[in-house]
Design a protein around this ligand. Sequence first.
Ligand SMILES: C[S@@+](CC[C@H](N)C(=O)[O-])C[C@H]1O[C@@H](n2cnc3c(N)ncnc32)[C@H](O)[C@@H]1O
Length: 290
Amino acid sequence: MYFYNMPVVSAKSIYQQVFDTIESLYGKREAGSLAAAYLFDRWHIDRIKLSMNLELAIDDRMLKSDLRKLQQGMPLQHVVGFQEFFGHKFQTNHHALIPRPETEELVEWVIETISDLPSESILKVLDIGTGTGCIPISVDLAYDYLECTGIDISEEALKLAETNAKRLGSACSFQKLDILSNSLEKDTWDIIISNPPYIPESDRSQMHKNVLDFEPGLALFVSNEDPLVFYRTIAQKSSSALKKSGLLFFEIHESYGNEVRKLLSDEGYEDIELRQDINGKDRMLKAVRK
Ligand SMILES: C[S@@+](CC[C@H](N)C(=O)[O-])C[C@H]1O[C@@H](n2cnc3c(N)ncnc32)[C@H](O)[C@@H]1O
């Protein structure tokens, strides 16, 4: 059946086509949830509408093109063009890491901490390695007395972050800076946050094709010889860039908790707190500059 030249298809048949296309890539369980997420993100069909097996007139060319991309292993977020993060839709592309749920937990911790800080004056917040801008934009949108900045080495990621800020109505600003070779302005920031690259090159072979082929290596990998290079550098540079009693937040690899805690303590930070994510894995740290 056709409606204004668009074929009418049942929701279940779209689900089945997506599932069949990606099952061999992801396995049954993940393919099922990705197919359901695709229906919702692309066609606004939730699980209830799916169970009612609604009929809908769809743009057949768009469905075919989506199926081709999914078959190549393109992440769902790049196919539909966005990832929901902390209640906001962030555009994604292959120049930046797709925002992850663990990072939402870090943002939640930052936002919760800010609510306990005095709000008489503007608080300056810096995010190092900002990617899509998901961290500083989400934090900025939570309060109206913050001045948030994101820095990244990748110009393409910065363009995406700027687009996201504009679309979401955030006044966050962005700058190109290589944190490994540039310095940060002294006594400037109330809060510094970073989710830097932290996966050792040696883990590359165990990673899924859809990450390796569609997310930038620059956002993910560090050398096997010095996997903590970003944490050490950021901790050092932040100890002078933060104002007195300023806060440093890190997202970490689950196996780095104690090492990064020690590194922060050696650098003179106080009140170091290590937190687990929802899966009970060491995932984030907060520390106070003396
Ligand atoms: C793990 S991603 C985090 C992206 C985003 N903050 C998030 O949580 O989704 C790390 C980011 O650090 C950036 N990056 C890599 N090397 C860098 C460097 N030397 N200086 C600044 N940023 C860098 C990458 O381009 C990437 O956007």
